[in-house]
Design a protein around this ligand. Structure first.
Ligand code: SF4
Ligand code: SF4
Length: 340
């Protein structure tokens, strides 16, 4: 792995080159915005924590046209799907927090064979920014991540001593840096990185143990736990938690037909909505709120863990910050782990 020291001007030069050659996006308080060469200074001072809007928006388009079709009578091509003509643009996501980068890696597992998701992954380079400061709602360490984690990233930047230490993690990351960018990191930089990582690791004994604990729990004991009733009562089923969550990836598919031509579209959907599981027959297997709330947490903590080996939560804290009735997944985790 190549590790470099960049001063502020070196980083601004990189950003300027990325903004010129492809699309460059960076976080602002409420979301992500396209950054032009004129707005580079602002993006260097990114506030702590993950922005409100989730990073999944770059990989799971909202909405996504899966294909178009014609419905004309007598037309030989009628009902033959045509793939979308526009390929995703090349882009760099800058200032991505390690929790969000990890969500990209986690979502890649269920979307491994999805050509739309994978095409966006191929065209996107992810430049992360370590969290020297965290927020009160951050808990990445408890769910298998780290404020200095590198999963899902091409380059990780860490602010140190008035500049940045850049860990170049992949060949895509190498390709982003022009020859002569920065200087090789010295012993002092390496020692600084190690000290930051060691400090972050302190107190993370529950990190990987948490998914193992959920795997070891009996599924039906969790499913039938008494806590779901009390937990679901205040929930408004507004769906804010799932829409903002970077690791919630469920969707609905609809056909839009106008004047004998149409498109099939994929939209974000939420298991917190009653319509999500409503069958054409009128039967709804999750017709009651308690079942929907249970599904949200069981999917994140038990079902996904059983299938993919990690919790479907990166501890970004968005759902905690934005839930109008203060439902806190950290408390749900604690309570579920105490179910006997
Ligand atoms: S944000 Fe809170 S109230 Fe809204 S669906 Fe999620 S848990 Fe329920
Ligand atoms: S469940 Fe909450 S804390 Fe976990 S990744 Fe989703 S929004 Fe972040």
């Amino acid at each position: 792995m190549n590790i470099l020291r960049l001063d502020i001007n070196g980083l601004l030069d990189c950003l300027s080159s990325w903004a010129g050659g492809q699309e460059l996006y960076g976080p602002v308080k409420d979301g992500w915005r396209r950054i032009s060469r004129d707005g580079l200074e602002a993006v260097v001072s990114i506030p702590p924590g993950a922005p409100k809007a989730p990073i999944k928006t770059f990989f799971l388009a909202q909405p996504e046209t899966l294909f178009t079709f014609s419905a004309r009578h007598g037309d030989d091509d009628a009902w033959i799907p045509t793939p979308p003509k526009e390929a995703p643009n090349r882009r760099v996501l800058f200032g991505v927090r390690p929790c969000d980068a990890r969500s990209i890696a986690l979502n890649s597992m269920p979307y491994r064979d999805d050509p739309y998701y994978q095409a966006r992954m191929d065209k996107t380079a992810v430049v992360g920014l370590s969290c020297n400061e965290t927020c009160s709602t951050c808990f990445c360490k408890s769910v298998g991540g780290s404020p200095y984690g590198t999963e899902g990233l091409d380059i990780l930047l860490t602010k140190a001593d008035g500049g940045f230490i850049a860990e170049v993690l992949t060949s895509k990351g190498e390709g982003l840096l022009e020859k002569g960018t920065g200087t090789p990191a010295g012993d002092g930089d390496m020692a600084r990185l190690k000290a930051l990582r060691d400090a972050a690791q302190a107190g993370t004994s529950d990190t990987q143990a948490l998914s193992a604990s959920f795997k070891a729990k009996n599924l039906m004991q969790l499913y039938n736990a008494r806590l779901w009733q009390g937990l679901s009562e205040p929930c408004l089923n507004c769906g804010a938690c799932t829409f903002l969550c970077p690791t919630c990836y469920c969707f609905d598919i609809q056909d839009e037909v106008v004047r004998q031509a149409g498109r099939r579209i994929r939209y974000w959907d939420s298991c917190m909505f009653p319509l999500f599981t409503l069958h054409a027959s009128g039967h709804n297997p999750r017709g009651e709120k308690i079942k929907r709330v249970r599904n949200r947490f069981m999917h994140k903590l038990k079902y996904f863990t059983e299938r993919f080996g990690a919790l479907s939560c990166v501890g970004c804290g968005r759902c905690i910050r934005e839930c109008p009735v203060n439902i806190d997944i950290r408390e749900v985790i604690r309570d579920l782990l105490s179910v006997e």
